[in-house]
Design a protein around this ligand. Structure first.
Ligand code: ADQ
Length: 452
């Protein structure tokens, strides 16, 4: 196999490998633990004023060379903050009302994709296989093709893809889909996403449905479970455990994002306290929600709203020796997080829409097989079809969340074990490694087909 070239908007800093608070970085880092020679290209995270195309900085760690470029503040705003995160992100999460379109942002998005292609093309070698990630880079393959790149180019979408009836509300919907036809293979998280995307591409004249595949991302369950066991003995978990005095813990871990259904989830927890008062002064809900995209208006509003909701619930229900919700907005080391998952009796994962949701899988991996916790999971998360032995809820229904939490908190050990065994088998079958291998194998096949 030739060299693998990964392209993503953001390239994680190789020196900060143990704390990526985002699903794409986590999934790819787990998938890359092999001996495959790899070039990983994308934005460095820095902003610099410039008139010409940037020169990439190269940094090699083991078999992976990281090639990163800065963006100008104008590019960052139009391409990243606006078109990617204030237009495509809400649209793909079925939140048309939050989509805030302006044509100038679309133009900036296209321009940055073309600039990525111009800087990347000279770094490519004849035998490379190229794998582009996520919604920031939908037009990249077309831009590379226009520069004469003939290597196989695959794309993986980490977030959901909506049906044509919704997607067509995007003014440049057809132009975007037309560019996507330049990919040899497009992977999405679920069958539902695959059907939706195929429906859209067919409208644009694509004829071969086998070029869109559902390829759900996973985690590295063996190493995550080891991390959880180690962290469980560490000082952070000990302090958290001591603070709970043998009372139950519910945990939630999400980037602070409206797609994660945090506001609705807090209402569900509030309903638990109203309808099942036996949990008062016993249960603690720890929500970890590192701030994300703080420069986008909608995210600042969400943060204020959550501060208010949590303050209100704690004010109404707390006792002088009990706080119902503990809320942290700073990132926590992944290993510590793994230990917290293992300690928690229940994980509450209720996105309104989510491409996959790796937290659900991490929680399962982190459990103690002799006394596993229970997972309450939104049926609108991409992980739900695989993890259907979780307690599935509709995240818009606060009463359903309250009932599921009560059931989880009172569930007998035998039933928890039965469900966990099935969930654990699932996450061990589809891992980050098998996800990458399966996708790349299918992409390689497209090379053979086009050559032969
Ligand atoms: P995200 O929206 O970022 O990912 P998710 O899949 O849950 O969502 O991944 C988040 C990752 O960040 C998890 O591995 C989690 O452990 C980590 N993380 C979260 N909070 C953290 C904290 N405080 N400190 C450290 N680490 C933290 C996007 C899509 C998802 C899709 C993934 C992968 O939105 O639907 O599952 O990509 O494809």
């Amino acid at each position: 196999m030739g060299r693998l070239v990964i392209v993503s908007n953001r390239v994680p800093d190789p020196r900060e490998r143990n704390k990526p608070a985002g699903g794409l970085a986590v999934g790819l880092a787990d998938a890359l633990r092999g001996d495959q020679s790899t070039l990983w290209f994308g934005w460095s995270g820095r902003q610099v004023e410039a008139d010409a195309d940037p020169v990439p900085s190269l940094d090699t760690h083991g078999t992976v060379t990281y090639a990163t470029i800065p963006l100008t503040p104008t590019q960052h705003r139009g391409y990243y903050q606006r078109f990617s995160n204030a237009i495509l992100w809400p649209l793909c999460h079925y939140r048309l009302g939050l989509m805030d379109y302006a044509r100038a942002d679309w133009q900036q998005y296209l321009e940055v994709n073309r600039m990525f292609a111009r800087v990347l093309a000279p770094l490519l070698k004849p035998d490379d296989i190229i794998w582009v990630h996520d919604y920031h880079l939908f037009p990249l393959a077309q831009a590379l093709r226009e520069l004469g790149v003939t290597a196989p180019i695959g794309f993986f979408l980490h977030i959901p893809f909506p049906p044509w009836s919704l997607f067509r509300a995007l003014p440049p919907a057809t132009a975007l889909l037309d560019d996507m036809k330049a990919y040899d293979l497009i992977g999405v998280q679920t069958e539902e996403d695959a059907q939706n995307l195929w429906e859209c591409l067919r409208v644009e004249g694509m004829t071969d449905p086998s070029r869109v595949v559902a390829c759900p991302i996973g985690i590295d369950p063996v190493s995550f479970s080891e991390e959880a066991r180690d962290a469980f003995e560490g000082p952070e978990v000990r302090r958290l455990r001591e603070s709970l005095h043998d009372e139950p813990l519910i945990i939630g871990v999400d980037r602070l994002d409206y797609s994660k259904g945090l506001e609705e989830r807090f209402h569900g927890y509030e309903k638990l306290l109203i309808r099942y008062p036996e949990h008062h002064r016993h249960v603690t809900y720890l929500q970890v929600a590192p701030v994300s995209r703080g420069e986008v208006e909608e995210y600042r509003l969400l943060r204020r709203q959550l501060d208010e909701t949590i303050g209100r619930i704690n004010g109404a229900f707390a006792a002088y020796d009990w706080t119902p919700i503990r809320y942290l907005t700073r990132p926590i080391a992944r290993q510590t997080l793994a230990g917290f998952y293992r300690l928690a009796d229940v994980a509450l994962v209720t996105p309104l829409r989510d491409g996959m949701n790796l937290v659900a899988k991490e929680y399962v991996a982190a459990q103690n097989p002799d006394n596993p916790g229970a997972l309450v999971l939104s049926h609108l998360a991409g992980a739900a079809p695989e993890l259907d032995e979780a307690l599935l809820v509709n995240p818009h229904d606060s009463d359903a969340i309250a009932d599921a939490l009560h059931l989880a908190l009172t569930m007998k050990k035998e039933e928890r074990k039965r469900r966990w065994n099935i969930l654990n088998n699932e996450i061990r079958n589809t891992t980050a490694g098998s996800w990458a291998r399966d996708f790349l194998k299918a992409l390689n096949r497209t090379r053979k087909t086009s050559v032969g």
